[in-house]
Design a protein around this ligand. Structure first.
Ligand code: ADP
Ligand code: SF4
Length: 688
């Protein structure tokens, strides 16, 4: 049963006319599905309701066609025909007594309106501020525009009411919502009664909330999501001004939702931000208002959560990522199952769903955004099929997740691992600078497997085809991973690059095994995710003089999708890494690399003592092919199936491997689908 230390987390708390059943508050978060996949998004929220969250919010909902953030896919509530899809979400949120919240966003200086082609409206005429520097400027709103916008907010509030929501969150954080644009002197340079003094800059928020209260206030509560600090110095909406604003408007919303400056700050990855990183910025704000306060901080520890409440910093524990990694987090605390919590690792892969307009993924929770499409529940597996047992070869994230999920289905599972240590790539990568929290991928699964009677793990057991045929398991799952290539093949070079043998060349595997270079080292990053930057950091720590060369225009280019790229560049620059962008390595010579400009091919030489190639990886699939070659012997050995999954099938990020492991477990003994339509889709209905 529940530990009494955590009772405080289960106290009901009032928000306007409603009462949340506990203090677990899923703050608004995107998921990549949005208006394109409304049932998938609704079911994802429904699973959180089942997991015990007291308050559950939508992602940002664009509330009027004069402001939208294409290409990003959020929700839309522009007219009555948008109501049914968001009503489905509200209904799913409320299934277990949770409160249903919707976040209304008017993007103002953030909305390029690439879809509607409407002229963007903002407090002050300035270029649109987006991730992609769109060549679009906003027009300054006049008084009539402001009156219109107030009316649009009221119309949206009425539609939210019709759709069945209990709470409306007005978005004014992360630099993204019109409320912040009015509050900040950086984006509000008006000379009229809406600009200048803080009182004037707060006028718009006061008016909108008053209008909405009049329209639907008896049955709906209003929360205001504001940035804790715009982090652009005196000019912006600073932490001191946020405090003044809240004190001056003590009772304005029914709840204060406090989120740090930019989205990058607020959703800081574990590589750069600890749990509860916003504590200092939030502390003391609660005393400035009589209304409850919610704050975030990648909370996964119930002790930290209880401390936040007990010391009076927060009234609600706000979670986005921890609720994605484990939608059942509240329920597990309530049932005294702390060790079963699947802790978020802070990798921000979930955010890439939004940034790439793909479908949300989570490294820790492969069922995220598959709840409706594939019918995957995070806590329940499908029934066992006809066969009895599975041999999993390899204990990386793919093998471990397959084992965990298969054991829940009721199969007898054996995991054979060549190394002494369980965990595959994660066992090694967690030791790299800043990546220790990623070890939770292994820790969570290892603990879960230790609790299962039907799983045996065999470390230090490298298997070959002969042994596997002798063992005679019904099913063989090859999850043997991949290794980094040393020949330079990746994106710039599709065949091995010219290389003088006199130059010592290392791969990430070498460095992770402790074989490290000395002196002047070139890190050639043609992988573009975290590894190049992390290894450059590691090399500076052991005293190397590091030059990072990449053909991309950014260090760790793809990490823009995980909101880490800026922090990576800053950290490397601070560590003294020389960063060379837009240049590839055309050839490795004795004593130097020959670099070439990504645009002009202009050549230069960079003298160095060693090169670390962070290029691509090669699957360890020999074992799979050996078994395929002996298919004729399977029947006699009792083998029904042999499959290759994860990096051994095609290398990718860790989240791809846990997804592959989970999928293997779900689909074992199910009818073979191959590449046929693998999940349910929602298809737009043609208009009459
Ligand atoms: P993935 O990301 O797909 O899970 P990893 O590279 O993390 O892959 O893990 C693969 C694991 O498989 C490694 O720990 C590796 O030692 C192990 N392995 C590779 N070949 C064999 C083999 N023949 N027998 C047992 N274990 C193996
Ligand atoms: Fe946490 Fe990573 Fe999952 Fe996002 S993808 S919820 S950061 S574990």
């Amino acid at each position: 049963m529940r530990d009494p230390r955590y009772d405080i987390l289960f106290e009901p708390v009032k928000i306007g006319p409603h009462t949340a059943k506990n203090r677990f508050y899923q703050v608004p978060h995107c998921n990549g599905g949005g208006y394109r996949d409304p049932s998938a998004a609704a079911e994802m929220r429904g699973v959180k309701a089942e997991g015990g969250w007291g308050v559950i919010f939508t992602e940002q909902t664009e509330m009027h066609p004069s402001s939208e953030i294409t290409p990003f896919i959020e929700l839309r509530l522009w007219e009555d025909q948008d109501i049914p899809s968001i009503a489905r979400m509200a209904e799913r949120m409320k299934t277990h007594g949770g409160l249903a919240g919707i976040q209304l966003a008017y993007s103002g200086i953030n909305g390029p309106n690439l879809y509607t082609k409407e002229v963007p409206l903002a407090p002050t005429a300035l270029p649109i501020r987006t991730f992609t520097n769109d060549p679009v400027q906003a027009r300054a709103m006049d008084r009539q525009d402001i009156r219109n916008l107030r009316r649009w907010f009221v119309n949206a509030a009425k539609r939210c009411h019709t759709a069945g929501f209990d709470l409306i969150c007005l978005y004014g954080a992360h630099g993204f919502g019109i409320f912040q644009h009015f509050l900040s002197r950086a984006t509000n340079q008006r000379m009229d009664e809406y600009g200048g003094s803080l009182e004037n800059r707060a006028r718009f928020a006061r008016e909108v909330i008053a209008d909405m209260r009049e329209a639907v206030g008896e049955t709906m509560a209003f929360t205001l999501r504001v940035s804790l600090d715009e982090t652009i110095g005196e000019l912006g909406f600073s932490n001191a001004e946020v405090r003044d604003f809240i004190e001056m408007n003590r009772d304005l919303p029914d709840l204060w939702d406090l989120a740090h400056g930019t989205w990058e700050d607020c959703s800081g990855p574990s590589r750069f931000k600890e749990e509860a990183a916003q504590e200092q910025l939030v502390r003391g704000i609660r005393e400035l208002s009589d209304k409850p306060v919610v704050g975030v901080g990648r909370f996964t520890s119930p002790d930290v959560m209880a401390r936040m409440i007990r010391q009076g910093t927060l009234d609600f524990i706000g979670c986005a990522r921890p609720s994605i990694a484990d939608p059942f987090l509240p329920k597990k605390i309530e049932e005294g199952r702390i060790e079963d919590i699947r802790e978020c690792i802070g990798c921000n892969i979930c955010i890439t769903g939004d940034m790439t307009q793909g479908m949300g993924r989570c490294t820790q929770n492969p069922t995220w955004m598959e709840e409706w499409r594939r019918g995957w529940h995070p806590e329940r597996m499908n029934a066992k099929g006809a066969s009895q047992n599975v041999l999993i070869v390899g204990s990386g994230p793919a093998g471990l997740e397959a084992a965990r999920a298969l054991s829940l289905r009721g199969y007898d599972v054996a995991i054979a691992e060549a190394r002494d240590e369980i965990g595959g790539r994660v066992a090694r990568e967690r030791k790299l600078p800043g990546l220790s929290a990623w070890g939770r991928v292994v820790d969570y699964r290892q603990y879960q497997l230790s609790q299962r009677p039907n799983v045996e793990t065999y470390p230090a057991s490298r298997l070959d085809a002969e042994q596997i045929l002798e063992f005679g398991f019904h099913n063989v799952c090859i999850a043997t991973g991949a290794h980094w290539r040393a020949d330079g093949v990746a994106r710039q070079h599709v065949v091995p690059m010219p290389m003088d043998k006199a130059m010592p060349v290392y791969t990430p595997d070498d460095l992770m095994e402790g074989r490290v270079p000395k002196g002047r080292v070139v890190v050639y990053d043609d992988d573009h995710y975290y590894m190049g930057g992390v290894l450059a950091e590691l090399l500076t720590q052991i005293g190397c003089e590091v030059t990072l060369i990449t053909p991309a225009p950014y260090v760790s280019d793809w990490a823009r999708n995980t909101l880490e790229q800026t922090a990576i560049h800053v950290r490397l620059a601070a560590a003294g890494v020389r960063i060379v962008l837009n240049r590839g390595v055309a050839a490795i010579l004795a004593g130097a690399v020959e670099t070439n400009c990504s645009y002009t091919d202009a050549r230069e030489r960079t003298p160095c003592d060693a090169v670390v190639i962070v290029g691509s990886r090669l699957s360890e699939d020999d074992l799979f092919h050996d078994l395929q070659a002996r298919k004729a012997e399977w029947a006699d050995a009792g083998i029904l199936s042999v499959k290759v999954i994860g990096d051994a099938c095609a290398p990718g990020p860790i989240a791809w491997a846990t997804h592959a492991g989970h999928r293997y477990a779900r689909e074992l003994d199910e009818p073979e689908r191959g590449y046929d339509m693998p999940f349910r889709r929602e298809v737009t209905r043609l208009a009459d």
